[in-house]
Design a protein around this ligand. Structure first.
Ligand code: UDP
Ligand code: MG
Length: 318
């Protein structure tokens, strides 16, 4: 069992203060516990010293790969690039800031080692350490998502998970441009076990997810995994048409009886209401169209400027 290889995929964006500590913590925790493992760092267009530090780690170690993006493509693209580089039997996505402890990876590995029927072990936040308001919004988001879409999202679950090769290959087959990993992991299926974990304070630096970015990410999740908003537009459209025909008939009858039809105010109100509704639905359609457009263009999910791999390094040394 012990000859299975483990890969850690680590997206890094401006993590100059965390990566060294992350690397040494992993090395310390994995010593004597994991025989064969590699680290795939993806530098997502950092504007600080992260690339230099990663290069130094790569030069010193013999189990490190570094993918340097040509600019910031976002965490989702970084995860995809890292997963593509993985050569492990087990692959884990983990943040660079030590909020997710490497000890938990050992726990996950043990579960996979002992249960051949489990394909993936995912961690969810047992106790929420984040802002109460943000946690509340996230819970609401999961509730809405699960109602709207065909994929089931586990509340509090993160990208922090360890999966077997077969599941990884399925994830890699989903090469869509607008990526939402939690949805993708759920979409591919497989038997996933959820274990609670405690989110740590950030080792250093600040969160790379301002509120607006998180909000856009949530929209990504809904639009990416549900077509219900699109259907809602047509349901509402049909309903409104019915109502307006009804209104017309009533207005005509009343007009015939009383002699005078309606007041201008009512007409303006209705016009405004319908106009607003129209543009709202146009907006929803626009969201889908934008994504179709991006996918049709088959743009690359990321562009790597350089890939440093210990495999090539070892070859050169021979
Ligand atoms: N990250 C990234 N690209 C980005 C934003 C974040 O690769 O555009 C990485 C970041 O370096 C970290 C992980 O994604 O390793 C999680 O980000 P962060 O810790 O800022 O998010 P939080 O823990 O606050 O949700
Ligand atoms: Mg973090």
């Amino acid at each position: 069992m012990n000859d299975l290889k483990l890969t850690l995929v680590v997206p890094c964006f401006n993590e100059e203060e965390s990566v060294i500590e992350f690397y040494s913590e992993v090395t310390r925790v994995f010593r004597d516990k994991v025989d064969d493992y590699e680290l795939v760092f993806v530098n997502d267009g950092s504007r600080d010293k992260t690339p230099q530090i990663l290069r130094a780690i790569y030069e010193k170690a013999n189990n490190v790969k570094v993918v340097n993006f040509s600019r910031n493509f976002g965490k989702e693209a970084a995860i995809y690039a890292g997963l593509k580089q993985s050569s492990g039997d087990y692959t884990c996505v983990i943040d660079a800031d030590l909020q997710q402890r490497p000890e938990v990876v050992l726990e996950m590995k043990k579960i996979l080692d002992e249960n051949s029927d489990i394909d993936c072990v995912a961690a969810y936040q047992g106790e929420r350490k984040e802002d109460k308001f943000v946690a509340f919004l996230k819970d609401k988001f999961y509730g809405i998502m699960n109602k709207l879409s065909e994929v089931e999202l586990y509340p509090g679950a993160s990208d922090f998970r360890l999966m077997r090769r077969q599941m990884l290959d399925s994830v890699l087959e989903m090469s869509e441009y607008s990526r939402f990993s939690k949805g993708i992991f759920s979409f591919v299926g497989y038997n996933t076990k959820y274990i609670p974990y405690e989110v740590q304070e950030r080792a250093a630096g600040t969160s790379k997810w301002p509120f607006m970015k998180l909000f856009r990410y949530a929209i990504e999740g809904i639009v990416g995994y549900s077509t219900l908003p699109l259907k809602a537009a047509s349901y509402a459209g049909v309903g409104l048409m019915g109502i307006s025909i009804l209104y017309l008939i009533i207005a005509l009858i009343v007009g015939a009886v009383v002699g005078e039809i309606t007041s201008t105010v009512a007409i303006i109100t209705i016009l405004l209401f319908l106009g607003g509704l129209n543009s709202l639905f146009l907006g929803i359609i626009g969201e889908y169209l934008a994504r179709t457009y991006l996918q049709v263009k088959e743009r690359p999910i990321y562009i790597a400027k350089e890939i440093l791999s210990y495999e090539d390094k070892n070859k050169g040394a021979e």
